[in-house]
Design a binder for this molecule. Structure first.
Ligand SMILES: [Cu+2]
Length: 124
């Protein structure tokens, strides 16, 4: 329920300037069986960012990057234990400010990482 309440706020934030006056970058990541597109996600350290996650498939996937979310600040969105679930044919937006580093990304659904659902988040 919390996620449903936050979503309109996140969407409006991505379309306008941030509270600090800086412009948020919106980065779209597509999830499918069994890929992340792009599979290397490049972000700018310290820049307010909206991750726009799009699941193009029928099945559910997730965007799991616990180290990335732990290092980020101002995280708002449906992140649970470093993981965002994205049901089939749905989108989820998460707002955060990333910290520099290279982080592992994967889908933790059974066997999905094995089938190729892994990637990297590079923040510099
Ligand atoms: Cu998956």
């Amino acid at each position: 329920m919390r996620a449903l309440i936050l979503l309109p706020l996140i969407l409006s934030a991505s379309a306008t300037a941030t509270a600090q006056g800086g412009r948020a970058q919106t980065v779209e990541v597509q999830l499918s069986s069994f890929d992340f597109t792009p599979d290397t996600i490049q972000l700018h350290a310290g820049q307010p960012t909206v991750l726009h996650l799009v699941n193009n498939g029928n099945g559910g996937h997730n965007f799991s990057a616990p180290d990335f979310f732990a290092a980020a600040t101002d995280v708002s969105g449906p992140v649970r234990e470093g993981t965002i679930e994205v049901p089939g044919h749905q989108t989820v937006d998460v707002r955060l400010t990333p910290a520099s580093g290279t982080y592992r990304l994967r889908c933790t659904h059974t066997l999905h990482t094995t089938f190729g659902m892994s990637g990297e988040i590079v923040v510099h």
